[in-house]
Write a protein that binds this ligand. Structure first.
Ligand code: ASP
Length: 320
């Protein structure tokens, strides 16, 4: 099995001055060769090669890097050069890159993201085992057509469902509500379920000739909120707004009024800050289904590359 590891930085490539330091470190300092050399066992499971895409802390991820990653992966698969891809990534925005790729890669071959919560220099660093597990999952025939996967802490998650739920713990990723897809049990990937929404090989989104994405902002609603941020977003010319509302996407009368007016010209999606459950509001707006606001933003950006039609965008939110 030929597995290509695309490195983007993060804590998995991070180093600190002391082996006991787990927060005071620089992310994205080690290169792809260092990561591969640190886990020689990888070569027992796959023929691996590496490529450095960037070397950043993932809070600094850009749309340019997303587009570069998606296009590079599509190119590698189209050429038949590799059987699977592993991407090493910072954990802070890992779920967003994973969902973006879930919608823009056109192949059933496995694509697996992994990272680490402890820098490579720390006692009991988690990066090496995560990388080995990610390569095993990418090389497993069972991982085909499952969409983009995230492997962290011996767990296999679907890109659409997974989210970072802890700031420091090595068990930082969960697929809330529907649960994980599987485990890497004693080094063996085992799946228990699959995601039913459209992805990868069935996705209608294509970024091959796209060089920037529509400007979509998230507005986080809270008690005693007012129109300030919605007004600023409209003034700045955004093409879409994700409103992270309370409960079932609810928003107070002031904000609702200005969003109804905004929705005459741009697409407004109502999602929820609850972290569980679907949003069903059916008036003037798009329902964000059960996507987190940060993933609803990505789907809306890609939807707007194809259409401004509200019914079409709503269809996409029901399908992806
Ligand atoms: N700030 C780091 C990053 O996202 C955190 C990590 O990788 O765990 O790059």
């Amino acid at each position: 099995m030929k597995i290509k590891i695309l490195a983007t930085g993060g804590t998995i490539a991070g180093s600190a001055n002391s082996a006991t330091d787990t927060t005071n470190y620089a992310a994205g300092t080690l290169g792809i060769d260092d990561l591969i050399d640190a886990v020689p066992e990888i070569k027992n499971f796959a023929e691996v090669s590496g490529e450095q895409i960037c070397n950043i802390d993932s809070k600094d991820i850009t749309e340019k890097i997303w587009l570069k990653l998606a296009n590079r992966i599509n190119e590698l698969f189209a050429r038949g050069d590799v059987d699977g891809i592993v991407i090493t990534h910072g954990t802070d925005t890992l779920e967003e890159t994973a969902y973006f790729l879930n919608l823009t890669i056109h192949s059933d071959k496995p694509v697996v993201l992994t990272g680490a919560m402890r820098p490579a220099t720390a006692i009991s660093a988690d990066g090496s085992m995560n990388l080995l597990n990610a390569v095993k999952v990418a090389a497993s025939p069972d991982s085909k057509a499952k969409g983009v996967l995230v492997v962290m802490n011996d767990e296999i998650h679907a890109a659409r469902e997974v989210t970072k739920i802890h700031t420091l713990n090595v068990s930082a990723f969960k697929s809330r509500e529907f649960g994980l897809l599987g485990y890497v049990n004693n080094g063996v990937p085992e799946f228990y379920r699959t995601s039913t929404r459209k992805h990868t090989g069935n996705s209608e989104f294509n970024v091959e000739n796209i060089f920037s994405l529509p400007n979509v902002k998230i507005i986080y609603h809270h008690a005693c909120d007012d129109e300030l941020f919605v007004e600023a977003a409209i003034k700045a010319g955004v093409k879409g707004i994700i409103c992270a509302g309370t409960g079932n996407g609810s928003i107070n009368a002031n904000v609702e009024e200005i969003l109804i007016r905004a929705a005459e010209n741009i697409v407004v999606v109502r999602s929820s800050r609850c972290g569980g459950g679907s949003v069903v509001v059916n008036k003037n707006f798009i329902d964000g289904d059960n996507l987190t606001p940060q993933k609803a933003r990505i789907l809306l950006q890609l939807a707007l590359t194809k259409t401004n039609d509200r019914y079409e965008v709503q269809r996409m939110f029901k399908q992806y």
